[in-house]
Design a protein around this ligand. Structure first.
Ligand SMILES: CC(C)(COP(=O)(O)OP(=O)(O)OC[C@H]1O[C@@H](n2cnc3c(N)ncnc32)[C@H](O)[C@@H]1OP(=O)(O)O)[C@@H](O)C(=O)NCCC(=O)NCCS
Length: 170
């Protein structure tokens, strides 16, 4: 097997990335909203930049940096820091397929997104569902700081608890 690499997302990656997302939803229940239209979820208008992890021409991971869109982490951070919304971006759409985990791909995707944001003077924040414990360990290992808790509402009146994080200052 070719060693995995992280590179910018290209339009041609869309079907493979959507298939990887559907797989992650089946194994981990991520995203909680479900994957009725995985391509639309990946190509949301809020995406500023995104990257994939690939090996043997297969997409096995993904991450995006996104414009703020009402996330609790954004309002918590702007309130706590006095930072303007224009200087904040959201890290999201992070996943690695189950069979490709524990090879530091999650970490590489995170570092790639963080480097992009730092180069543009953007501070990254994120919301993570409390149930996604592997992701929480990853964020804390990379020095992200918990800035609060929230409740994530989705679907037909469903809700789940979530935690908000800010990236380390550059
Ligand atoms: C969170 C997620 C992206 C992490 O992906 P990953 O590629 O496994 O991440 P990493 O490999 O960087 O780190 C995961 C673990 O592997 C370990 N690891 C990294 N490289 C390793 C190696 N070469 N050998 C052994 N272990 C290794 C890390 O120390 C870490 O250990 P931990 O589980 O005890 O904390 C993945 O679990 C996932 O997709 N989860 C479901 C979706 C999700 O929750 N997304 C986040 C939403 S906010």
């Amino acid at each position: 097997m070719e060693s995995p690499r992280v590179r910018p997302f290209e339009e041609a990656d869309l079907p493979g990335t959507a298939a990887a997302l559907v797989e992650v939803h089946a194994t981990d229940g991520y995203p909680v909203e479900g994957v009725a239209d995985p391509e639309a979820w990946l190509r949301s208008d809020d995406v500023l930049a995104s990257w994939v992890a690939e090996a043997d021409d297969q997409v096995i991971g993904h991450v995006a940096v996104m414009s703020p869109n009402g996330e609790d982490a954004v309002s918590l951070w702007t309130r706590q820091s006095g930072e303007s919304h224009e200087r904040v971006a959201v890290l999201g759409r992070l996943f690695v397929t189950k069979s490709a985990r524990k090879q530091a791909l999650g970490e590489k995707l995170m570092r790639t997104a963080t480097t992009y944001a730092q180069a543009r003077g953007l501070r990254l924040v994120l919301d993570v569902m409390t149930k996604d414990t592997a992701a929480i360990r990853l964020y804390e290992r990379l020095g992200w700081r918990r800035i609060g808790e929230t409740t994530h509402h989705y679907g037909d009146g469903q809700q789940t608890s979530a935690l908000c994080y800010v990236s380390p200052s550059s």
